[in-house]
Design a protein around this ligand. Sequence first.
Ligand code: HEC
Ligand code: HEC
Length: 330
Amino acid sequence: MRKLLFLILATSLFLYAFDTSDASLRVLAKKNGLKSAPTTYEELKTIAKKAGNPLTIQKINLGRTLFFEPLLSRDETLTCASCHKLSQGGDDNLPTAIGFKKRVNPKHLNSPTVLDASLSKFLFWDGRAKSVEEQAGGPIQAHFEMNLTPEELVVRLKNSVIYQETFKDAFDGIITFKNIEKAIGAYERTLITRGKFDDFLDGDDNAISKKAKKGLVQFIKQGCTKCHYGVTLGGQTIQKFPKFKEAYPFKNIGNFKGKDDKQIIRVPLLRNIIKTEPYYHNGSIKSLFNVIKIEGKANTNKKLKKEQINDIIEFFKTLDGEIVDYGLNG
Ligand code: HEC
Ligand code: HEC
C-alpha cells in the first residue's frame, strides 16, 4: 500500500514537473513576443479595421478574384499567384522573381511569402510598405513584374461585366486603383496560417515534440526573438544586417543595400520557413541549416552547434501551417 502511494505521489510529482516546464516554456515564449495566430473572423475584422480597411465578405471575394486575375498584368500572363503560390508556402521557390517577359528583379530580390504577410508592420525587403493595401499596387506597376499602369487596369476592369457586378457588391460600383488595392489587401488579410506551434502556445503540451521544444528554447536563448517576434516571427522591425559583420556573410548577388542603401533590411517572417527556400533577400542560400549557422554568427554573434541548429530546424517545422478556414470560402 505504501509502495503504491509512493508510486502515485512520484508519478504525479513527475507529471507536475513536466507540466510546469511546458507551461513555463509557454510563458517564456510569450514573454519574448511570440504569439499564436488568430482563430476567428472576428479577430481578423478587428485587425483590418484598425488598419483602415474594414473587411466584408464581398471585398474579400473580389480580392481573391483579383489575386488570381491575369488582367492585372500587361500581357495577361501573370497573376499575383504566379510568384506567390499559396500551396507552396506563398512564394515561388526561385532565387529571384521572374516577371513580365521573363524580366528578373533588377536587385535579384527573392519573392517573400504572402502568407501571414498582413500581420507585418513592414513589408518588402527594405520595409518600404506599411500594409498589404499599400503593398498591393507595387507589383502591378513594376516594369519587371506585371508592368501595367493604374489607369490601364481601371479601364480593363470597367470594361468587364463581371467586375462591374463584383465592384457593385464590394464598393458600391466604384472601380478605382485604391479600391483594387483595398480588395487585394482584404483577401490577403485572410491568408493566415496556423501550425502545431500555435496549438502549443494555446495550451496543448503535446502539439510539438521534445526536440522542437528544445529548439524553441534555443531560438529564445540565442536571442533570435530579439528580431523574429510577433505572430509572424518577423516583419515587425527593420534591422541593420548583418549586425556583427561588415560585409554580407553570403554572396552579394544583386547589390541590394536595403533601406537608404544602409544595409537596413526588413526582418523576414519565419512562418512556413521550411517551404520558402531559397533564403535571404537575394535567395542565395538554399539550406536552412546554413542560414541558421549564418544567423548565429551574423546576428547573435554566436557559433551555434550542429545539435542546436537541428533543434531549431525541428522548431521551425512546427511553424509550418495550413491557411485557417475562417468559413469565408464561398
Ligand atoms: C514577378 C513576380 C511577382 C508578382 C507577379 C507579384 N509579386 Fe509580390 N513580391 C515579389 C517580390 C520579388 C517581392 C519583394 C520585392 C521587394 O522587396 O522589393 C514581393 C513582395 C510582396 C509582398 C510583401 C511580403 C513581405 O513580407 O514583405 C506581398 C504582400 C506581395 N508581394 C503580394 C503580391 C500581390 C498582391 C501581387 C499581385 C498584385 C504580387 N505580389 C505580384 C514578386 C512578385
Ligand atoms: C538583429 C536582428 C536579427 C536577429 C537577432 C536574428 N535575425 Fe534572422 N534575420 C534578420 C534579418 C534582417 C534577415 C534578412 C537578411 C537578408 O535577407 O539580407 C534574417 C534572416 C533570417 C532567415 C532567413 C529568412 C528568409 O526567408 O530568407 C532565417 C531562417 C533566420 N533569420 C533565422 C534566425 C535565427 C535562427 C536567429 C537566431 C540564431 C536569427 N535569425 C536572429 C534579423 C535577425
